[in-house]
Design a protein around this ligand. Structure first.
Ligand code: GAR
Length: 202
């Protein structure tokens, strides 16, 4: 059976990567298979998670020269059909997205268009939501485009903000109730589309 070959790009603990690995283990990622993990720093949790799952991991340091060239080379080498930015805290250029020419999707820990764009990543997003005083936040999966957090939305899920929340508490609730559920579902949806296109091209 044809599947979409997936690369997951991560910058930190890799809990969203883990949600994808677990979904794959439960048979919920029927149309895709995680073929490669790209970690953008040495020593991050995502590396151990990929090793434990037996998935090849390339460490490509974001702050070193030719980051995007090396990423593109790895995507070509592993014949990747879909890139999932799962806790990637950098920005991929329009040039890279064009040259890759296949779907790249991202998870953002807020309801876009709130608390998104340049500078809104990780705990900063939840701090901004608390500072604003919103009562509902959530997560968004969207296509990556040249505009940071500006590509077409694939799926969103709302999460309540509760009295006494700190950025850390809110981040954890958004992960548990939204990100870890939404991302595997969205990856399956996009993978199924890719498989359909592959079948039509046969
Ligand atoms: C997640 O909350 C993810 O949505 C966010 O970083 C965290 C990474 O956690 N991503 C962004 O802020 C991207 N702008 P993880 O490494 O445990 O998946």
């Amino acid at each position: 059976m044809l599947t979409a070959r997936i690369a997951v790009v991560a910058s930190g603990g890799g809990t969203n990567l883990q949600a994808l690995i677990d979904a794959q283990g439960r048979g919920e990622l029927k149309s895709g298979s995680i073929a490669l993990v790209i970690a953008d720093k040495a020593g991050i949790g995502a590396i151990q998670r990929s090793e434990k799952a037996g998935i090849p991991c390339a460490v490509i340091v974001r702050r070193e020269p030719a980051f995007e060239e090396k990423v593109l080379a790895a995507l070509m080498e592993y014949q990747i059909d879909l890139v999932v930015l799962a806790g990637f805290l950098g920005i991929l250029s329009g040039d890279l997205l064009r040259r890759f020419g296949k779907p790249v999707i991202n998870i953002h820990p807020a309801l876009i268009p709130s608390f998104c764009g340049k500078g809104f990543y990780g705990l900063r997003v939840h701090q901004a939501a608390l500072d604003y005083g919103v009562k509902v936040t959530g997560a968004t999966v969207h296509y990556a485009s040249e505009i940071v957090d500006g590509g077409q939305i694939i799926a969103q899920k709302a999460v309540d903000v509760l009295p006494g929340d700190t950025p850390e508490i809110l981040q954890r609730r958004v992960m548990e109730q939204a990100e870890w559920v939404l991302l595997p579902q969205a990856v399956e949806t996009v993978s199924a589309q890719i498989v359909k296109e592959k079948e039509n091209a046969l």
